[in-house]
Design a protein around this ligand. Structure first.
Ligand code: GLN
Ligand code: ZN
Length: 759
C-alpha cells in the first residue's frame, strides 16, 4: 500500500486484457485451414502459432504496454482450450491414441470444434453480446475436472525464453461453469456449477504450476459477472476466490471483469477476498465508478481500470480518460490502466488501411493503436507525459452529421411506425412455401466477384454472370414448385457489407478482420456518420428476378438492428437514434421496391436476439428502439404488401414479445433444432401473423426426408392456423452446395403438399 500521499506521482502501470490471435494477415486462418486439408504438418502449424504469439508480445512491448498478457492465443477458442486443459471432454471424442502424438492431440482438439465422423462438435454460441463465438463445454455429474494440459504454462515459458515476462490469462472458474451446459445424459436439474469445488482443485494445481514456472501474476476472466446470472452467483464467486486466494503457492491474482459493470455486491466480495487485483470495465454502461463508490473504494486491492474501449474502433478521448483515472486514484491505492476487455474484438492495425477518408482515419484506433493509448495513459499518470498528447485533439468519434437526415427524422409522426392492424393474412394458400433468401454461392460466383473487385472483370460481364445466376435460381425454384421465390442474393458478399458499401455514413475497411469463430473472420464495416441512401440498392436485381417469373419474388434487405450489430458503430449518439437513421434509409428502399411492383419484402433481423442487453433491466429500452427502427423501415407500404422478417436462432423466450411487436406479416425463424418450441409459444399467445418455423437445419449437409419435414409441419400445424403457417428452411442456403439444397427443397415442397392435402 502506498503511504506517501502527494509525495510523488502515483506509479501507474499499463496493460491490455488480450490481443487478436489471427495475425496481421490472417496467418492463423491460412495455417489451420491448410492443416485441416492435410496441406500443412502439425509442426508447421505450431510454428506459425509460435511466431504469431511472439509477434503479439513484441507489438505490445513496442506499443509501450508494461504488463503483457499470455495464453490469449488459441487455435480455435479459449473456452475450448480451458475444457481441454481440465479434461472436460465428452466421451464421444476419443482420446489421442498415444500421449504426446501431436497430430492426434490436434485431431481431437479440432474435432471438438468441428466434429468428426460419429461425433458431432460441441455447440457453438455467442460470447456474451459480441460477435465472437465460443464452444459450449458439456458437463455431467460423472465429469472429473483435472489438470491434464499445460498450455498456459508452456506459453508462459515460451514467452519467458523470448524475453517477455507475461501474465497468463485464464477463463475464470465461475464464468467457465456458468457458460457450460449440462450434457444430455445429466439428470434433470443438475447444473455444471456442482463441479465448482473439483474444478477449483484443478485451478489450484495450475496456479501452483504457473508459480513454479515463474509467473508472478495470473489473470482470471470473469465476464459472467456482467450478466444477471453472474451477479446472482455472488456466493459461488466468494467461494471461488476465497479458496484460490488462500492458496500458498500461487502467483498474485487479477480477477478481471468486462462487458458491463458487475454491481456493488460482487465488487465487495472481490474486494474482501484475498485476490490482489480486480479489473473493471469502465466504458460499458458507465456504472463502474458508482460501484466503486458504493464499496468505498478498493483500498489495498489494485484496480485494473478498463478505460480504453476494447470492442469499438474509436480513438480514446485521452483528456477525458485522464480525468476519469484521476477520480479512480482516489478510490484505490494502486492503479493499472487497461482496455475495457480483450482487444480480440477489434481489427489489428489501422496502419494497414490505405483508403479511409483522412477525417475518419483520424478518429480511429485498432488494437495496436489502443495498446499505444493504454500505454500513453499509464505514462501520463505516472510520469506526467501530458506533452505527448497535447494538441492531438480530443479523440472519440467526431460528429459526421447530415442535416437532411435529421430534418427528415424530426418530421416523422407516429404514423410512420404503424401499419393498419386489420390488413388480414397475406397467404392465399395454407402452408405457403418459400426460402430465406440466399442460394448456394458457387465457386464460379465467388471467383467472379473477386475478379470484379480487383478490376479484372468488367462491370458488364460481372452483371451478366449475376443475371445468369438469377435465371438459374428462378428456374430451379419454379421447377421445384416453391410458391414465393427469391433471387438468391448472388450479388452479395455479405448481408451487412453489401448495404454498408452503398449507404452514406458507412465505411468499409480493407484489412479490418476480426475473428468470429475458429478460422472464420469477418470485416465489420464502420458506421461513422448520419446514414442515408443515395440511390436504390437492390431494386435492379429484384426487379430483374421478378421479370423472369409470374410467381412473386421477395425483395431482400438487412434490417437496422442487424446492420448495427455486425458493424462498428458511432458512440456519440444513442444506438436507437442510429438505428432510426438506418431504418429511414431502408424505408426508402422498401418504397422503391414496392413502386417497382414487388409484393413481398423481407427485412432480415438475424441479430435481434444478439444485441439484447446482458441484463434484464436494460432489455425493455433496447426492444423499444429495435422494434421502432424495424417498423420505421417497413410501415410505409400498402396493406396488401407482405412484409417478411427472418431471425437466426431458436431461443426466443426473451424476445417473443419483440417478435409480436415488429408486426411483420411473416416471420421465419430457426426452429428445426428446438422442435418447434417457439410455435407452441406463439400459438398459446394467439399470435395472428404468419410464422415460418424453419423445417430443416441448413447448417448441416444432411438432406432431411419428406417424412421428417412432414412431421415438423404437422407439429407446427397443431399450434398455428394453417393459413398463417409458412414453410421454409432454417436460414439462407449460401453455405450449402446445390446438390443437397435442391434435394432438401424438393422434399420440403412435397412434405407441404402432403400436409395441405389433409387439411
Ligand atoms: N437473407 C439472408 C440469407 O438468406 C439471411 C441470412 C441470415 O439470416 N443470416 O442468406
Ligand atoms: Zn438466418
Amino acid at each position: 500500500m502506498s503511504d506517501t500521499p502527494g509525495a510523488s506521482r502515483p506509479s501507474v502501470r499499463s496493460t491490455v486484457h488480450g490481443y487478436p490471435r489471427i495475425g496481421p494477415h490472417r496467418e492463423l486462418k491460412r495455417a489451420s485451414e491448410s492443416y485441416w486439408k492435410g496441406g500443412t504438418t502439425a509442426d508447421e502449424l505450431d510454428g506459425v502459432a509460435a511466431d504469431l504469439r511472439r509477434g503479439v508480445y513484441a507489438q505490445l512491448r513496442e506499443a509501450g504496454v508494461d504488463d503483457i498478457p499470455s495464453n490469449t492465443f488459441s487455435y480455435y477458442d479459449h473456452v475450448l482450450d480451458t475444457a481441454v486443459l481440465f479434461d472436460l471432454v465428452p466421451s464421444r471424442f476419443t482420446s489421442p491414441a498415444a500421449a504426446g502424438d501431436r497430430d492426434e492431440e490436434l485431431r481431437r482438439y479440432f474435432a471438438l470444434a468441428r466434429g468428426e465422423q460419429g461425433a458431432p462438435p460441441l455447440e457453438m454460441t455467442k460470447w456474451f453480446d459480441t460477435n465472437y463465438h465460443y464452444l459450449v463445454p458439456e458437463l455431467s455429474p460423472s465429469t472429473r475436472p483435472r489438470l491434464v494440459g499445460d498450455k498456459p504454462v508452456a506459453e508462459f515459458r515460451e514467452a519467458s525464453e523470448a524475453g517477455f515476462r507475461t501474465r497468463p490469462v485464464l477463463v475464470g472458474p465461475l464464468t467457465f461453469l456458468l457458460l457450460a451446459k449440462a450434457a444430455d445424459d445429466a439428470p434433470e436439474g443438475w447444473s455444471p456449477v456442482e463441479l465448482l469445488d473439483q474444478l477449483l482443485d484443478a485451478y489450484a494445481q495450475l496456479l501452483a504450476d504457473l508459480a513454479a514456472a515463474g509467473a508472478t501474476e495470473v489473470q482470471l476472466d470473469e465476464p459472467i459477472l456482467a450478466t444477471d446470472e453472474g451477479r446472482a452467483a455472488v456466493g459461488l464467486l466468494e467461494r471461488s476466490y476465497q479458496r484460490l486466494g488462500a492458496l500458498t503457492e500461487r502467483p498474485s491474482l487479477l480477477v478481471s471483469t468486462y462487458f458491463g459493470s458487475i454491481g456493488a455486491a460482487a465488487l465487495r466480495v472481490l474486494k474482501d477476498s484475498p485476490v490482489e487485483a480486480v479489473g473493471l470495465d469502465l466504458v460499458t454502461g458507465g456504472e463502474g465508478i458508482d460501484d466503486l463508490v458504493k464499496v468505498s473504494g478498493l483500498g489495498g486491492t489494485r484496480l485494473v481500470a478498463g478505460v480504453v474501449d476494447g470492442r469499438n474502433v474509436w480513438r480514446t478521448d485521452i483528456p477525458a480518460a485522464v480525468a476519469t483515472l484521476g477520480t479512480l486514484l482516489a478510490l484505490t491505492d494502486e492503479l493499472t490502466v487497461s482496455t475495457s476487455c480483450s482487444l480480440l474484438h477489434v481489427p489489428i492495425d489501422l496502419d494497414a488501411e490505405t483508403s479511409l477518408a483522412p477525417e475518419l482515419r483520424e478518429a480511429l484506433a485498432f488494437a495496436k493503436q489502443k495498446a499505444e493509448e493504454t500505454a500513453l495513459l499509464g505514462r501520463v499518470l505516472s510520469e506526467g507525459a501530458e506533452a505527448e498528447y497535447a494538441g492531438g485533439g480530443a479523440g472519440g468519434n467526431p460528429a459526421f452529421t447530415d442535416a437532411r437526415v435529421r430534418a427528415r427524422l424530426d418530421a416523422l409522426g407516429p404514423d410512420a411506425y404503424e401499419r393498419p392492424q386489420d390488413r388480414g393474412t397475406p397467404a392465399d394458400t395454407p402452408l405457403t412455401t418459400t426460402t430465406i433468401g440466399s442460394f448456394p454461392q458457387t465457386g464460379e460466383l465467388r471467383r467472379a466477384r473477386a475478379a470484379h473487385r480487383r478490376g479484372e472483370l468488367a462491370e458488364d460481364a460481372y452483371k451478366q454472370i449475376l443475371r445468369e445466376e438469377i435465371d438459374r435460381v428462378i428456374a430451379l425454384q419454379e421447377e421445384i414448385g416453391l410458391d414465393v421465390l427469391v433471387h438468391g442474393e448472388p450479388e452479395r458478399n455479405d448481408m451487412v457489407q453489401y448495404f454498408a458499401e452503398q449507404l452514406e455514413g458507412y465505411a468499409t475497411t480493407e484489412n479490418g478482420w476480426v475473428q468470429s469463430y475458429g478460422s472464420r473472420c469477418v470485416r465489420p464495416p464502420i458506421l461513422f456518420g448520419d446514414v442515408s441512401r443515395p440511390e436504390p440498392m437492390t431494386v435492379e436485381w429484384i426487379t430483374y428476378a421478378q421479370s423472369r417469373t409470374d410467381k412473386p419474388v421477395k425483395g431482400m434487405l438487412t434490417g437496422p438492428v442487424t446492420m448495427l450489430a455486425w458493424s462498428f458503430v458511432r458512440t456519440d449518439q444513442p444506438l436507437g437514434e442510429t438505428a432510426r437513421q438506418v431504418g429511414l434509409a431502408l424505408r426508402d428502399e422498401v418504397a422503391d421496391l414496392e413502386r417497382a411492383g414487388i409484393r413481398h419484402i423481407q427485412v432480415d433481423e438475424a441479430a435481434l436476439r444478439e444485441l439484447l442487453p446482458l441484463r434484464e433491466e436494460q432489455r425493455g429500452a433496447y426492444l423499444d428502439w429495435a422494434v421502432n427502427s424495424f417498423r420505421l423501415a417497413t410501415s410505409g407500404v400498402s396493406p396488401s404488401t407482405t412484409i417478411h422478417t427472418h431471425m437466426c436462432y431458436s431461443e426466443f423466450g426473451l424476445i417473443v414479445g419483440g417478435i409480436e411487436a415488429l408486426d411483420a406479416d411473416v416471420t421465419s425463424v430457426e426452429a428445426a433444432r428446438s422442435r418447434m418450441e417457439l410455435v407452441e409459444d406463439l400459438g398459446r399467445r394467439g399470435y395472428k401473423r404468419g410464422i415460418g418455423p424453419g423445417v430443416y437445419d441448413i447448417h448441416s449437409p444432411r438432406v432431411p426426408s419428406v417424412e421428417e419435414i412432414e412431421g415438423s409441419l404437422r407439429l407446427a400445424a397443431a399450434h398455428i392456423d394453417a393459413g398463417n403457417l409458412w414453410v421454409n428452411p432454417d436460414c439462407g442456403l449460401k453455405t450449402r452446395g446445390y446438390a443437397e439444397a435442391e434435394q432438401a427443397l424438393r422434399n420440403m415442397v412435397e412434405a407441404a403438399r402432403r400436409v395441405r392435402a389433409d387439411l
